[in-house]
Design a protein around this ligand. Sequence first.
Ligand SMILES: [Zn+2]
Ligand SMILES: [Zn+2]
Length: 363
Amino acid sequence: MLAVIKEKAGQGITVKKIPIPKPKKGEVLVKVIYGSICGTDIGIYDWTPWVAGHLKPPIVIGHEVLGKVIEINDSSVIAIPTPRREKQSQGHKNEIATSPSAPRNDIRVGDLVSSETHIFCGTCYQCKIGNYHVCENVAFYGYGGNGGFAEYATVNIRTTWKNDLRISKEAMVVQEPLGNSVHVITKAHVSGKRVLIVGLGATGLCAAAVAVAYGAREVVAIDPNEYRRNLMQKFEKNVTVQVTLNKDEYNYFVAVCEMSGVAAGFQTCLDAVRIAGKIVVLGIPKQPVPVDVGQYIINKELSIQGIFGRRIWETWYQTQELLTSGKIDLTKLITHTFPLAKFEEAMAIMKKGECGKILLKIG
Ligand SMILES: [Zn+2]
Ligand SMILES: [Zn+2]
């Protein structure tokens, strides 16, 4: 089968034929229909420091995938990732172990499924209290281990999401980043409030639209990239787009969402948020960001919340509701589709930034 592979550390990617994988116990085998390229995949291509710390080549990349289940290998056991944070550094192999668990009876051969990216252990303290997405032993689909940019892929049954068939296949594959945005906006408590979205990458675009859907009184989104601002207007017209924060908007927004991952974006959030407001942060800056704690966090009595993925499965149900109700039409965000063999071409457009979501049509 054809697959997109990170073969070794350093710049670049390889598209080549490899054997079809066999599902281990606790995994399903899917025939992949669509993949969707994420900003994280650019980091994998370029081998950024964060990726170098999370990815052990060679692996099949791709975590935003849609596939049809063609085989289930024992749903009565759950594949558990080897703990990433401590045990790997003590010399354990990056293997999948299995343990008995309650069987997953809801997944059937023929189902259209997506994968939650955060593969949780199910046994640590955070998992025990329901915070699966911040599992202490979390592993990552498509960068901690093999993902789904291939004609066939295996998915841990524990993190397999069965899609609602009322949603189009093109929207199904883009649900994972929409989920990040749903989690951000849920934590920002936007209803009736003035909301600012900083940065209009895919998750910023989605966050602005979700803020409108969740009843914000006013939504302003800022991004210096004109293509992104135009795409925002096409996706959700009830959002005001701007290049930067206006002077009269300092101390104005009750809820502010940092979606850009750049230091200047976080400073914009600190300036824009009003006293006793809240900043929710999803964008990951490449370097440490200096903050005037006294002037902003203390004097404004701010709440600052980080977001790490999606709540499992709460966010996925919220996302499903937004899509089946028609409140969000993700297909408006899709600007390009390429066959798997043309991954390099798709990546070149991703890197230029003149695009919305780029799909890989696989099967
Ligand atoms: Zn992603
Ligand atoms: Zn856990």
